[in-house]
Design a protein around this ligand. Structure first.
Ligand code: ZN
Length: 121
């Protein structure tokens, strides 16, 4: 899961697709069409593995910047195990979007003004 988050940061689409279960995998991802800047991942909990369906759930939240909005996504992802490896199955998420002031402090923690730092124009 953390490796998939890293892959989102690096826009590593091949990795995201290979770690996606074939039953729900999209044909392609186009992360560069809507570039966002990922700020933070917090994993809240893992469920026990359901031995029958070989699935497990992870609850996490992730923060990212989408242009001038700070977005907080809370998601429950389902993963399925094939052999020793886990694959992303699907997820339910809610995204809270908060508009940021251009002259305010950048949420990345640099201490700079948002407009001089991470604001994606
Ligand atoms: Zn910044």
């Amino acid at each position: 899961m953390r490796s998939r988050y890293t892959a989102y940061i690096l826009e590593n689409e091949p990795y995201l697709l290979t770690t996606w279960d074939p039953s729900t995998r999209p044909k392609k991802l186009s992360l560069d069409e809507n570039p966002v800047k990922w700020l933070k991942l917090s994993v809240h909990s893992y469920s026990d593995v359901d031995e029958k369906s070989k699935t497990g759930e992870v609850k996490f939240s992730a923060q990212f910047l989408d242009k001038d909005h700070l977005c907080t996504m809370v998601e429950t992802s389902r993963f399925v195990r094939h052999g020793a490896l886990w694959y992303y199955l699907d997820g339910l998420n809610e995204i809270n979007r908060e508009k940021l002031a251009r002259n305010g402090n950048c949420p990345c923690g640099s201490g700079k003004k948002f407009k001089r730092c991470c604001l994606i124009k």
